[in-house]
Design a protein around this ligand. Structure first.
Ligand SMILES: [Zn+2]
Ligand SMILES: [Zn+2]
Length: 345
């Protein structure tokens, strides 16, 4: 705008000069030097206008490059924010399941609803702040070879002036640090279940659940506990859990770690109240309370066995003893005992 105004002013100057040149020619006693200097001045003015026009064009061009770079920058920023928005949505859904004590019927569908709503608010913000029109929606949630992580795919189309952008953005969204709803969903109908920031304490709920499922020795799970928060076990390969006389297993159980498992449910299926699913998932253990008795047998303590239609037995595995009290797990001899390197216990 400023440039435009300058040109007008120059044109006015030019008109004034033209008038004075006319009168100089009209003067019969015309002074040659006035004519010469006037011609020079006109030449100078024309040259100035040409130079100015070139400058304006260059400025417009560079402005265009800046605005297209800016647009790209803003869209990259948008894509960088997607995993955060999607992870927040997963947490929201998880909290809803925990609060209502009700499983999702279709966790991926529910998650899409939450994410698309958030995307629509997010797109409005980008329109208000940058005048960029964005349409986006979640098109897929895929399980990956890492059972703690999903691939979220988001379709994005945006327009700003003459520019447009279309992309399918892929984000890695994990469930580490979120709550495991499985024990709550299975034991909510039985008295005694409580939870703190890190653990479930079952009281009588799990033993009653096992009793109603026909498990003998159900009472060995009175006052058992298991983790609340999904944390990935760092002791990989898992057969090292028996190392150092069971101290690795003790550390694993003290921290409430989860382990990759083909039989255990993935996180989104856990939100649907499943303990096992067709995806590559994970498992943790239910810790019976410490005991001074030995040689007992009860339900195998992997969560996908305890909370299933096919509960099979496990033998007592003592991984730590202090002051006459044993810390134990019930594990099936040929499956979980082998997988975790506990065969010698
Ligand atoms: Zn572990
Ligand atoms: Zn699954």
């Amino acid at each position: 705008m400023r440039f435009k105004r300058k040109i007008n002013k120059n044109n006015e100057d030019k008109d004034n000069k033209k008038n004075s040149i006319k009168s100089a020619f009209a003067d019969e006693d015309g002074n040659f030097s006035i004519i010469t200097s006037s011609l020079l001045l006109i030449g100078f003015l024309l040259l100035s206008i040409i130079v100015l026009n070139i400058a304006i064009e260059e400025r417009n061009e560079s402005h265009e490059i800046i605005s297209s770079n800016n647009y790209q920058y803003v869209m990259n920023d948008y894509i960088r924010n997607l995993p955060i928005l999607e992870r927040e949505s997963l947490e929201e859904l998880s909290e809803e399941v925990m609060k209502n004590k009700r499983p999702c019927l279709d966790s991926k569908g529910d998650l899409k609803k939450i994410i698309d709503e958030k995307l629509s608010d997010f797109n409005q913000q980008y329109y208000d702040n940058y005048n960029i029109q964005i349409n986006s929606s979640l098109i897929a949630i895929e399980n990956t070879s890492n059972p703690f992580s999903y691939k979220f795919k988001t379709y994005i189309r945006s327009v700003k002036g003459d520019y447009s952008f279309e992309n399918i953005a892929s984000s890695d969204v994990d469930c580490i640090g979120l709550k495991d709803p499985v024990p709550l969903l299975y034991c909510k109908g039985y008295h005694g279940l409580s939870l703190n920031d890190t653990d479930y304490n079952y009281g009588d709920s799990l033993s009653e659940f096992l009793r109603s499922n026909g498990v003998e020795n159900y009472s060995f799970y009175v006052n058992a506990s298991s983790p609340l928060i999904i944390r990935k076990c760092p002791y990989d390969p898992y057969k090292h859990h028996g190392d150092d006389n069971g101290k690795v297993m003790k550390n694993c159980r003290d921290n409430g770690y989860y382990h990759e498992s083909r039989d255990g449910a993935c996180y989104l299926c856990r939100l649907e109240g499943k303990s096992g699913c067709e995806h590559y998932g994970f498992e943790t253990f239910i810790n019976p309370q410490k005991t001074n008795e030995t040689g007992r047998v009860s339900a195998c303590g992997s969560d996908h066995v305890i909370f299933s239609d096919d509960i099979y037995p496990g033998v007592e595995v003592i991984y730590n003893s202090e002051n006459g009290l044993n810390e134990i797990l019930y594990l099936d001899p040929h499956g979980h005992k082998v997988k975790y390197g506990m065969s010698g216990f």
